[in-house]
Design a protein around this ligand. Sequence first.
Ligand SMILES: Cc1cc2nc3c(=O)[nH]c(=O)nc-3n(C[C@H](O)[C@H](O)[C@H](O)COP(=O)(O)OP(=O)(O)OC[C@H]3O[C@@H](n4cnc5c(N)ncnc54)[C@H](O)[C@@H]3O)c2cc1C
Length: 434
Amino acid sequence: MPDPIFTADVKLEPYWWEAAPRPPSTPPELPAHADVAIVGSGYTGLSAALTLARGGRDVVVLEAGELGQGASSRNAGFCGRTFNHGFSTLAGKTGLDNAVRVYRAGEAALDYLIQLIESEQIDCQFTRMGRFTGASFASHYELLARDTEGLRKHLGVEVEMVTKGDQHREVGLDIYHGGQVMLRDGGLHPALFHQGLLDRVVAAGATVAGNTPVTAIARETAGFTVTTPRGRIAARDVIVATNGYTGGLTPWQRRRVIPIGSYMIATEPLPEAQMDRLMPRDRVHSDTRKMVYYYRASPDRRRVLFGGRVSLSETDPRRATPRLHAELTRIFPELAETRVTHGWMGFVAYTFDKLPHLGRRDGIHYALGYCGSGISLASYFGARIGQQLLGRAEGRTGLDGLRFSGRPYYWGRPWFLAPAIRYYRWHDSLSVGG
Ligand SMILES: Cc1cc2nc3c(=O)[nH]c(=O)nc-3n(C[C@H](O)[C@H](O)[C@H](O)COP(=O)(O)OP(=O)(O)OC[C@H]3O[C@@H](n4cnc5c(N)ncnc54)[C@H](O)[C@@H]3O)c2cc1C
């Protein structure tokens, strides 16, 4: 029997692919030589390619599947300077100067993204609507307030607190204990942004090859040999831009990133008045639980797009979708009868210090580990890696030189994920009313 929460024409692929289907998949012939070979065609790989191709380098981008099939065409489209550590937590753990340095890099990344979209005139429905983070528990309101004060005082971030009494102006819910609004944050259509970047990379003269997995990278006396099933390329430099899809090709990086699935659904269109009541300011939304849920209106304001993590181990979207729908209904009881038109997932990359990393190992450049907030950071890091290879001073970032550690007995399969999720759920349950 068909599941009543699915529409008859439900698609188990990103809602975003309706407006931006995956590009045609016949890959071009591979060059025998390139100045730079880039592994991965998401925002990181394409931003690096754009910078390098415009800087006069011969660039080839190699993608295992369809172009942009990774997280870059699957995400929720929230654009900000969010890190996994709140500002005050990071300052408490690593010192104020370090927290300021990290958050400045986040600010620089958001500025870079906005400037990129504007200067390139990328039509990706980008709007600076602000981000509301609901305090899931009373004690979390105080944590958000402390962050707000620190971000204002030390970084001049435009951020404000909203009390529980006022929160209906942000969201049509009573479940939060007030919250925080990051006024300069925004939202975009991730797959249109990806498509816009791709068009510009191709126009700049780079070769971009989908369905071309890199199976080996071998160091030579001058550069590298990059092997694919479709041929070999002699490249002077290599950039690894594989984030949550990092595999056995680069074992050193694989031991340092933790791939975690994030799952999303799109509802069928809702009446305008209901959307206005649920999300009156059209912000992007999340909460303060460890097992965070995030949601927003679709850019046309007709649907709710809702995401989070609903299983202990990875599962497929058909199984995850009913559980996500149940969570959607728990948060928005009035959506219990609303059906789902799209359900999908993608992999994000966490790191053990919960910070993104860029650098060079065994001569191979890399940028990854955005911990679920990679739209601005991946675009920025990709461009910075490109500038570093061009020998430009502006390629430096506030996150250069961070020690990038793995953990004993971790080789790339997160065997600890299920116990960690159980712990986070338990932690969230303890915080109730806290
Ligand atoms: C459901 C979801 C929601 C998210 N929401 C947000 C959000 O709202 N805001 C935000 O800022 N971030 C969000 N993110 C995170 C963000 O999408 C990522 O951080 C960002 O897209 C990473 O870009 P990337 O180019 O580094 O990696 P990806 O876009 O994941 O690209 C990596 C590519 O490498 C390819 N690859 C891997 N191995 C090989 C190989 N051997 N050969 C060739 N190619 C290879 C993969 O096929 C993949 O296409 C979300 C992610 C998900 C999954």
